[in-house]
Design a binder for this molecule. Structure first.
Ligand code: V47
Length: 368
């Protein structure tokens, strides 16, 4: 009788990877060094296979997607994060502000989720955000409203002295059902100091998600990668997310966000498809307590996103309709994808497309 690795047929020429594979097969938690070794491996096939084994333990052959719409009520932002092409200043020719009616008319009845994030507007009162959420809820009683990054919630505190406990409770009362994972960027204080002067600290992002989870508001988490961060900083970010999830169990999904160089050009060597696939695989293997890992087609493109479904991802995110943030930074992907295209990309990866709602309840399985 051979070892479990032989039985699973996952012997690698990378000896370090074999050791880690044994831990994975035996359901042992990976540590910081394992994470660094996984990023450094040249055996991407074995890495992907291991991540796919773990993915199948969580969701079998299912790959999820949601009919959703991104709404970014304004791009006017008081911050100037050095990676962001989306933010504009009031008076800029391409600055915009949406009225409640404009927001409502962008959402149709077929959608199951609206994803709403925006700039830190200098003068919009907190009550305006409450009105937006309440109006969507009144018009679409069953729609899931995922909105406001922890950075926006922190800004409401800085700008209007409404602490996160209160703003989250009021937004929940108005109809908010979950929070997106943006604003985490990379938790390293070195990176935060260099890229996000004035933006809330990593510890604050975590504190706000904890408050949300304690109020029964589920959320997602992200990492912005492929700029100035090191491999060690990526692994540390995973471990901090995992520790928070151990405490609260409030994260639904992790989304790796590949940095789009746009005009900000923080690096001469942006992430490659191999790097994208490693991020997805590492996420699946390190975040052993977060159920869903997205292969986010907006930043990595449809082709790599489809391959990512065999490297540990079990979610292709949504149809989106019109994505603004990454496309402000010249993302090559289309602005939105039709339901048929999502199904095609998932079937091409030899997985079963499952249309879900925002909380991962099945709506329709396409297994014909
Ligand atoms: O926090 C800004 C990122 C995030 C760039 O929770 C950039 O389901 C790449 O939160 N290149 C907002 N990324 C997007 C976000 C999100 C997206 C998809 C799904 C979910 C979810 C959440 O966009 C920001 C920032 O990290 N971002 N500029 C850029 N040039």
């Amino acid at each position: 009788m051979g070892s479990l690795l032989e039985i699973e047929n996952i012997i690698s020429s990378d000896k370090k990877l074999n050791k880690i594979a044994e831990k994975i097969i035996n359901n042992q938690r990976l540590n910081f060094e394992d994470g660094v070794d996984l990023f450094e491996t040249e055996d991407i096939h074995t890495l992907g296979k291991l991540a796919d084994i773990k993915k199948r333990e969580v969701s079998g052959d299912n790959v999820y997607f949601v009919l959703n719409r991104h709404v970014n009520p304004t791009n006017i932002c008081v911050l100037s994060c050095s990676f962001c092409d989306f933010a504009k200043k009031k008076g800029d020719v391409d600055a915009y502000e949406m009225s409640v009616d404009e927001i409502l008319s962008s959402i149709d009845d077929e959608m199951h989720e609206v994803h709403m994030v925006g700039g830190h507007h200098p003068t919009w009162k907190f009550e305006y955000y409450e009105e937006i959420v309440r109006s969507i809820r009144e018009k679409h009683p069953d729609l899931h409203i995922k909105g406001f990054t922890a950075a926006e919630i922190d800004y409401f505190h800085k700008r209007w002295k409404i602490d996160p406990e209160e703003s989250l409770a009021r937004l929940k009362e108005a109809g908010l059902t979950s929070m997106p994972g943006g604003g985490a960027e990379v938790f390293s204080s070195r990176v935060h100091k260099m890229l996000l002067p004035g933006k809330s600290k990593a510890s604050r992002w975590q504190e706000i998600h904890k408050i949300a989870h304690n109020q029964g508001i589920k959320s997602n988490c992200t990492m912005l990668y492929g700029h100035i961060e090191t491999i060690e900083e990526r692994v540390d970010h995973f471990i901090q997310l995992r520790e928070l999830q151990d405490e609260t169990n409030g994260f639904l999904a992790f989304i790796p966000l590949q940095y789009q160089t746009g005009t900000t050009q923080l690096t001469d060597s942006p992430a490659t498809p191999i790097d994208d696939l490693k991020m997805i695989s590492l996420a699946r293997l390190m975040l052993d307590n977060i159920n869903h890992i997205k292969s986010y087609w907006v930043t990595i493109g449809e082709e790599t996103a489809s391959i990512g479904l065999n490297f540990g991802a079990d979610d292709l995110d949504g149809t989106i309709v019109k994505e603004n943030i990454m496309h402000a930074a010249n993302a090559n992907s289309p602005g939105g994808l039709a339901r048929e295209k999502m199904i095609y990309l998932i079937k091409e990866a030899k997985k079963i497309p499952v249309e879900r709602d925002a909380l991962y309840n099945n709506i329709k399985i396409y297994n014909d």
